[in-house]
Design a protein around this ligand. Sequence first.
Ligand SMILES: Nc1ncnc2c1ncn2[C@@H]1O[C@H](COP(=O)(O)OP(=O)(O)OP(=O)(O)O)[C@@H](O)[C@H]1O
Ligand SMILES: [Mg+2]
Length: 439
Amino acid sequence: MAELKLRNVCKIYPNGALAVDNFNMDIADKEFIVFVGPSGCGKSTTLRMIAGLEEISSGECYIGTRLVNDLEPKERDIAMVFQNYALYPHMTVFKNMAFGLKIGKTKKEKRDENGEIVKDENGEIVYEVVTDRKGNPKFDKFGKPVYKMRKYTKQEIHDKVYEAAEILGITEFLDRKPKAMSGGQRQRVAIGRAIVRKPKVFLMDEPLSNLDAKLRNSMRSEILLLRKRINTTFIYVTHDQTEAMTLGDRIVIMRNGVIQQIGTPKQVFDDPANLFVAGFIGSPQMNFLPGTIAEENGTYVVSTYGSVTKLSASYAELLKNNAVSDGEIVVGVRPEHFSLTCKKSENSIPARVSVYEMMGSEYYVHCILEDDREVIVRTQVHGMDEKLQKAIEESGEVHLSFVESVMHLFNKESEESLSYQKPAPIKEEAPAVKAEPKE
Ligand SMILES: Nc1ncnc2c1ncn2[C@@H]1O[C@H](COP(=O)(O)OP(=O)(O)OP(=O)(O)O)[C@@H](O)[C@H]1O
Ligand SMILES: [Mg+2]
């Protein structure tokens, strides 16, 4: 278990591509963090820099209190599950899971007179140092203490593998070879191989992306259960916003190597920092309408397609904090936040239905506005007015309206939200201890 700190982390690939630009974040111990964003936005690169599989071009990465920039992956106490996990086909599930334990040696812990493991002030395990016959510590040619190394015993490996298999529900497959298992079961073996090592930080790069939709849904809930059981720090990469919303304590939304917003699923859904986040989170995506904003005596009025909304005092307060002035804006309304009627009302926007998608309990109604812009409206089928149902099914005239509280307003040029209150920059503490790489 460990906390992580990333400070101004950048990655420039040898070909000059800036893949990650000034990544700053504090991750708490046992937090489940999801990196999400479109293909090529730098999610895997960031994860691989944390894992030590990719060099950090500039900036610092701390795991616990240790600066790990120069540490080898195996010295970082992390485990990673990749999208294209490779199981050894000639080995049984048991051997696949035990593999990492067999080749990886572990240091012998120092124990006190009661047999308890000795830890230092940072909670790190203190390892026993090799001594000569007189009890003096031995040093290597670089003047570093020589640690005792020990492999796990057969019994320890057995116990660890069975414990992990139990957690993942694959105990009955331990004697099977991977080819005799389904995709989801193999995926669990790949995860099991990482769990047996009891890492401080668990990194997963799109671990479910090569499963079919149904299996992905069930594995998603298994990951939630797994997280409860092994209770360690997780960083999970996906480009699927549903996966991000359902799994993450906090989500990091990235675009072109730059963090767009960090927040809980509710925060990023309710209060997206900019147009990109607003469009990325939520399905179907938020509708964007051209509009204007005008301020008079501290009161803001928003207009779009003839619909005029006076903002509440609390909404106006947020806008004042951001020094919003009159001008053209983008008004965002989520599909589920429009109400659809056949009757025109004072503030409604006229539209014509083009097509509709029957989703079971809901319709996704595609509506065309006066300037041919399309908006999507989600509406419940149950209890729907007959006239409205007819209008939807027969491409009739409808009227859209929305209330002030569901409106998202964005600056047309900068694309930033007019009401978003930027979080304070991460404050710096005393420098952490630099971990020396082992020779
Ligand atoms: N080894 C490399 N050399 C040069 N450029 C690279 C290398 N690996 C990745 N890139 C570039 O860095 C950027 C970020 O790539 P990265 O793999 O981190 O994206 P990603 O967010 O994980 O995308 P995906 O969802 O497709 O996996 C991309 O523009 C990519 O082309
Ligand atoms: Mg990737």
